[in-house]
Design a protein around this ligand. Structure first.
Ligand SMILES: C[C@@](CO)(OP(=O)(O)O)[C@H](O)COP(=O)(O)OP(=O)(O)OC[C@H]1O[C@@H](n2ccc(N)nc2=O)[C@H](O)[C@@H]1O
Ligand SMILES: Nc1ncnc2c1ncn2[C@@H]1O[C@H](COP(=O)(O)OP(=O)(O)O)[C@@H](O)[C@H]1O
Length: 300
């Protein structure tokens, strides 16, 4: 028997970052929007006592670790440990979310494997237990489970669902290489040396724009405190942002810790135009269009 779960990518429409905490993490006001680029995670029972196995297919599959560090394997092991089960499961990831791109692909696989194993094993974990395990796996993993739009506080794992009044259209440009999330936070700290870092707070204008489904107002309110750090480590991203702006995007930003760049556009037609301009700009590896909000991890 197999169970397949579909899990979306995310873009951060606001990422406000506070000073480094004693535990090395940063307090955030992290406004997530789930967008329709998906990984599919399929779990299948294995021989008792054989343990977990993970395989991956897709354009970026070669960059995905196939050992115990894979977030999907860690999710299966965490659920099994809590319920006294042996994690004898084959996890297969059909990966469409770019790897190390700031779109939470690994987090998506963690949330997907967790939900899939819960269904496969009949563990019937409560939503709260699933969210607890997600938060243990990583700051972004709870949002991958929940989807839609949400404000993440703490290190991003404490979620409040946000109302959205419509669909937002996006173009995403994938970069020629990845960026490491810890390295981008370190660069944020380096750039912040010697100045006061304010407490991170969600922008009221941004929350209103989301609630109204108003793309122009959202464009005026998006922000990412990690963007200067991502650009410092990967200066060529400025060329991609400029190409999208010149093509008519309403707003341009680095997605989370990057290096994927995100372009908010008015509608599907505008998305096609901006995508085509980015494709021919020579400033990125590939281009995708997607809209959101979409549902979080869903059993197919
Ligand atoms: C920046 C964001 C924005 O949504 O995502 P990406 O853009 O990378 O996908 C997240 O905060 C990433 O979340 P996630 O990728 O789950 O990070 P974790 O595994 O929890 O942490 C990886 C490392 O990132 C840094 N980190 C992460 C979250 C946070 N609030 N403060 C941090 O300083 C720490 O150095 C930590 O060791
Ligand atoms: N299932 C997974 N898919 C992708 N990367 C994973 C996975 N599990 C662990 N990783 C590790 O997490 C790193 C960050 O990957 P990813 O989640 O795709 O990017 P980001 O944190 O920028 O959104 C990868 O470089 C890889 O080493």
């Amino acid at each position: 028997m197999s169970v397949t779960v579909r899990v979306p990518a995310k873009v951060n429409v606001q990422l406000a970052v506070g000073a480094a905490r004693p535990d090395g993490f940063h307090d955030l006001a992290n406004v997530f929007l789930a967008v329709g680029l998906y990984d599919e995670v399929t779990v299948t029972a294995r021989q008792p006592g054989s343990g977990p196995r993970v395989t991956c297919e897709g354009p970026d599959a070669a960059q995905v670790p196939l050992d115990g560090t894979n977030l999907a394997v860690r999710a299966a092991e965490a659920l099994a440990a809590r319920h006294g089960i042996s994690p004898d499961v084959h996890v297969h990831i059909a990966k469409d979310i770019p790897v190390a791109g700031g779109m939470a692909g690994g987090s998506a696989d963690g949330a997907g494997a967790l939900l899939a194993c819960d269904a496969l094993w009949g563990t019937r974990a409560s939503r709260d237990e699933l969210l607890d395990i997600c938060a243990e796996l990583g700051s972004d993993v709870p949002f991958s489970l929940v989807g839609g739009a949400a404000l993440g506080t703490g290190r991003g794992e404490k979620l409040r669902t946000l109302e959205t009044g419509g669909t937002f259209h996006w173009v995403f440009a994938m970069a020629s290489r990845g960026l490491s999330t810890p390295a981008v936070f370190r660069e944020f700290d380096r750039l912040a040396e010697g100045r006061d870092v304010p407490e991170p707070v969600a922008s009221p204008d941004l929350l209103t724009a989301l609630a109204k489904g108003d793309a122009d107002a959202l464009a005026a309110a998006v922000s990412n405190d990690l963007q200067p750090a991502a650009l410092s480590l990967f200066p060529e991203l400025a060329d991609t942002l400029a190409a999208g702006r010149a093509a008519g995007a309403l707003a341009t930003l680095v997605s989370g810790s990057g290096p994927t760049t995100a372009f908010l556009v008015r509608d599907a037609e505008s998305a096609r135009k901006v995508a085509e301009a980015l494709r021919t700009s020579g400033t990125c590896r590939s281009v995708r269009t997607a809209s959101g909000p979409v549902a979080g991890a869903t059993v197919l």
